[in-house]
Ligand binder design. Sequence first.
Ligand code: BTN
Length: 251
Amino acid sequence: RFLKNTEVVGHELIYLKETDSTNNDVKRLAKAGGMDGTVVIAGCQTAGRGRQGRSFQSPQGKGLYLSLLLRPRLPAERLIPVTALAGVAVCRAVKRVCGAQLGLKWPNDPVLGGKKICGILTELTAGLDVVLGIGINVAQTSVDFSPAVAEVATSLQMELGRAVSKAELAAALIEELDQMYAALRAGDLAGDLAFYRKVCVNLGRTVRLLSDGVWETADAVDIDEEFGLVVRDARGRMRTVRSGEVSVRGL
Ligand code: BTN
């Protein structure tokens, strides 16, 4: 009802009132030969997953929880930007529906008011299918987050002071993801890279990097063509850090 024409994403759309994790659903679909661009949306998740083995709290009616099955038949190195591109798609969708400009905390956390508004979990299957999971905090209030999570997370409703339609947001997000997927397949990422650089909250600031248990401080200077973070370290040397290699603090 809300969807305009999309090329691939959302032609198959599955809504589940409750599930363990939409990423798990999409993984099962990938094994079963599911269609490229299939979207699974859930009302709530009983075992929502975050990165680094963390859980993602997914209470009924509060967030938009969806996962996407992409079968691009591209070599692994062409899939590196997917998570960053999904962050760009989330920013564009939120801007369209709410007018608010989110920032992106490298590598892929959409933020608003200095706190995280959305989580993105990308998983690759052995056959190089992409399982792209996105959870946007829409209607949570402070009581919906545990105290530790409330320190770092917020919702659109809390930041904007008004209700946001999950259906409209889902439709806009599916359209943005469809365009992002076309760009990925075409290898035409210049527009998304420019957008990313514009909204990235780390650039021009100091970041703290954690790699192999060691913290170091560096200046974030750019995003490279593969959406890696280019930093100048304490000794003045430039280097690029890749997502997965390091954890970044400093907002
Ligand atoms: C993170 O910030 O650590 C990533 C969180 C990803 C949450 C989404 S919600 C939809 C999809 N299903 C999951 O189990 N996780 C992702």
